[in-house]
Design a protein around this ligand. Structure first.
Ligand SMILES: Cc1ncc(COP(=O)(O)O)c(C=O)c1O
Length: 422
């Protein structure tokens, strides 16, 4: 490990030497030792169109020659305006006010703060969020509070605030219990909302796929039921689409696929195609209007130095154009995953095969406890590089989330190798 660098999510003692990457092109990364690996996880789920895509690189270069950055309070610029318009066009109609920040955690933090303050601005005290078991929303304190409590958050537990946690009805192909699990969760949710109608500031969830929690998937119908409960009881629905946004679940956004209108949506990761750190939190006009006051106490006092960075926005616009061009690919990838599942179906070491758009996942059966620290992850991570694949299982959950430039033949090859590896 380099003497001056501290890597994230890394148990320092005895950590294997990080692999040095020299370059990236399309779906492939080239390591310093000359090996090539196919990036099956889009480099922490950010890369949509392949590495070093010339159109995004060019857009950043051109923007950098014109305006690299400007304070976003009291100033604005074309790239931010254009990007906000492009994103809003594909979001549900009620979502139209875009607040910029620079990573997924802050997008969620902003969403939670907006929801909390919305109630205060309209004269109500609603402090608690309803969140889901297995959730991950990021590493800032609010986002951590809303996520699953685990070894990752334990040290900070005195700093975090309480949320109400309900089960996530995870499901998979051929799951016969799905409807029963969903009904039980909705009953639980509605009981909370009935017993304490004024208590909850919002329901926060990762729609369709919980990412870091193990690529746990739920159905579109479940989201529609949550949406209906939210409407009936008049609270706010917050979708953390930091990972599921920009085509990942087979439509532009998971809320579109499920035909559900949240009140707040948080987006990051794929927003710039993996080139620049950027995020947005988009809210409804109703929420925005509660802040539309001359009273400083009703103002949203939040911002970051790099808010609305023009280079990030330029990358976002270029990435959005490519996303439009690859609509058929991200909409069609689910069928390719499903076809390739035939190579794995019935494998004695695999269970809970599942797919949502471009994301496919499965649990590897071993005799250890399911979870992030399951040792199968380390073994696969190390072995797969020698087989030309970049995979990073979440504990015993193996998943594929390739960039949209991956070919059908490459996907077939990945599945073949995965089957051998297991
Ligand atoms: C659903 C979700 N929300 C929030 C985050 C946090 O994003 P970031 O790592 O950019 O802070 C992540 C990151 O994995 C995520 O998957």
């Amino acid at each position: 490990m380099h003497k001056n660098i501290w890597h994230p999510f890394t148990i320092i003692k005895d950590a294997p030497e990080p692999l040095k990457v020299k370059s990236g092109k399309g779906a492939y990364l080239t390591l310093e030792d000359g090996r090539e690996v196919l990036d099956c996880i889009s480099s922490w789920w950010v890369n949509l169109h392949g590495h070093s895509h010339p159109q995004i690189a060019e857009a950043i270069y051109e923007q950098a020659q014109n305006l690299e950055h400007v304070i976003f309070a009291g100033f604005t610029h074309d790239p931010a305006e254009q990007l906000s318009e492009l994103i809003v066009q594909e979001l549900p109609k009620n979502l139209n006010k875009v607040f910029f920040s620079d990573n997924g955690s802050t997008a969620v933090e902003v969403g939670m703060k907006m929801a909390y303050q919305y109630w205060k601005n309209i004269g109500q005290e609603r402090k608690t969020f309803i969140c889901f078991e297995g959730a991950y929303h990021g590493d800032t304190l609010g986002a951590m509070s809303a996520g699953e409590r685990s070894v990752f958050t334990d040290v900070f537990k005195e700093w975090m605030f309480d949320v109400e946690v309900i089960p996530y009805p995870e499901t998979w192909i051929d799951d016969e219990q799905r409807a029963g699990k969903e009904d039980a969760v909705i009953e639980h949710l509605e009981k909370l909302l009935t017993d304490h109608p004024q208590k909850y500031a919002g329901i926060l969830m990762e729609p369709l796929v919980q990412g870091a929690g193990g690529m746990r998937m739920c159905s579109e119908e479940f989201l529609q039921k949550v949406h209906w409960s939210n409407r009936q009881f008049g609270t706010l629905l917050l979708f953390d689409e930091v990972m599921t946004g920009f085509g990942r679940t087979g439509d532009y956004f998971a809320c579109k696929r499920a035909q559900v209108q949240p009140d707040i949506i948080c987006l990051s990761k794929g927003i710039t195609g993996g080139f620049m750190p950027l995020s947005v939190t988009v809210c409804s006009n109703d929420i925005f209007e509660s802040f539309n006051s001359a009273d400083p106490i009703k103002t949203f006092w939040h911002g970051h130095s790099y808010t609305g960075n023009p280079l990030g926005c330029a990358a976002g616009i270029a990435s959005w154009k490519l996303l439009k061009e690859s609509e058929a690919v991200f909409k069609g990838m689910e069928a390719i995953h499903l076809k390739n599942f035939n190579q794995l179906k019935g494998h004695p070491k695999l269970e809970k095969l599942r797919v949502k758009g471009t994301i496919a996942a499965m649990d590897i059966i071993n005799d250890e406890e399911t979870g992030y620290l399951n040792s199968v992850a380390k073994k696969i991570k190390e072995t797969c590089v020698d087989h030309g694949l970049l995979l990073r299982p979440l504990g015993n959950v193996l998943y594929l989330m390739p960039p949209y430039c991956v070919t059908d033949e490459e996907l077939e090859m990945i599945y073949g190798k995965v089957s051998d590896l297991i």
